[in-house]
Design a protein around this ligand. Structure first.
Ligand SMILES: [Zn+2]
Length: 309
């Protein structure tokens, strides 16, 4: 047991391929033993275990929804992109689908109306740092700066800061995770990355066919799918993908709705029985507040169950 720290450290590092190759070059980080809640297994197995159900929001890290419900969430990173976000939103609106957009602050300030359009369309907006930088390469205070600067512009144009956070490149370490949690963010990973970013240029029918095949192959209840705003192939396949997903009986929701459905679907007893430490309480309140604008969600019962003040 003397090597306990090391045993915890090895699987705790998350390395997922969520961004363009250019942002996948930061060195591995040294991981210190983590906090006392059971996150290590969740990260190693991408939290497939259902027992972590409602602990995801409480623990500040999210990997998937309930595997018992035929629901998935579509997430779009790296926007907004003037000229490309609009057709994406039109495709979503046409199919009556709400998504989760993880936006980059420096992109938002160039076209703030686009995140307003995202909210108006019924989608939700999450934080993807101000400069699209790996949080594992930053100090705690630099992480806070990236988070709050992005949230400042999100709040300026939508009225509310984001609660969900998607780490650029999918890179997070225990140290970065704890800093993010201290900022009140819920780190949101994914279950499926079809790699739509490999062809950011002209639409390519062969790539579209491949994307669709990959997406359908990995479709499963509770999935959080990583896509990117600004990719023409993604917009092109969206109507057909949505049609096929629904034909299999799936509902497509936002990440927040996916998490709430998970909470509802599974036992709340452990969550209800436990005392919520102040920081978790504040974070849950922020999650709840962010849901105020999502019309499909009934927030009040959850407030009562969690005894939030
Ligand atoms: Zn990104």
């Amino acid at each position: 047991m003397q090597a306990r720290g090391l045993l915890i450290a090895a699987p705790a590092f998350i390395l997922l391929s969520g961004c363009a190759p250019a942002c996948q070059t930061s060195p591995l980080q040294t991981i210190r033993p983590g906090p006392s809640y059971p996150l290590t297994a969740a990260i190693r197995e991408k939290a497939r275990a259902d027992y972590l159900a409602s602990e995801q929001i409480r623990a500040g890290i999210v990997t998937e929804g309930s595997t018992q419900k035929k629901m998935i969430a579509l997430s779009f990173d790296d926007g907004p992109h003037p000229g490309r976000t609009e057709p994406l939103l039109r495709a979503l609106s046409h199919a009556h689908v709400h998504a989760t957009f993880f936006v980059i602050g420096k992109m938002v300030v160039r076209a703030p109306y686009l995140i307003q359009d995202e909210i108006k369309q019924g989608s939700e907006v999450g934080n993807h740092t101000y400069n699209h930088i790996h949080v594992t390469s930053l100090t705690d205070s630099q992480i806070a700066t990236e988070i709050f600067e992005d949230n400042d512009v999100i709040r300026r144009y939508t009225g509310e800061p984001a609660v969900l956070f998607r780490p650029p490149g999918g890179r997070v370490s225990w140290g970065a995770y704890r800093a993010l949690r201290a900022c009140g963010m819920v780190t949101t990973l994914w279950t499926d990355d079809p790699k739509d970013y490999v062809n950011p240029g002209k639409p390519d029918p062969a790539q579209q066919k491949l994307l669709l095949e990959r997406l359908m192959k990995h479709l499963h209840p509770g999935g959080i799918i990583l896509l990117h705003d600004g990719i023409l192939d993604t917009v092109a396949i969206l109507p057909e993908f949505i049609r096929r997903v629904r034909a299999q009986g799936y509902q497509i929701v936002t990440v927040t709705q996916l998490l709430l459905a998970k909470q509802r679907a599974e036992s709340h007893s452990a969550l209800l029985a436990s005392e919520q430490p102040p920081r978790e309480q504040a974070m849950l309140q922020r999650v709840e507040r962010s849901l105020g604008s999502a019309p499909a969600i009934r927030v009040a019962p959850i407030h009562r169950r969690l005894k939030l003040t």
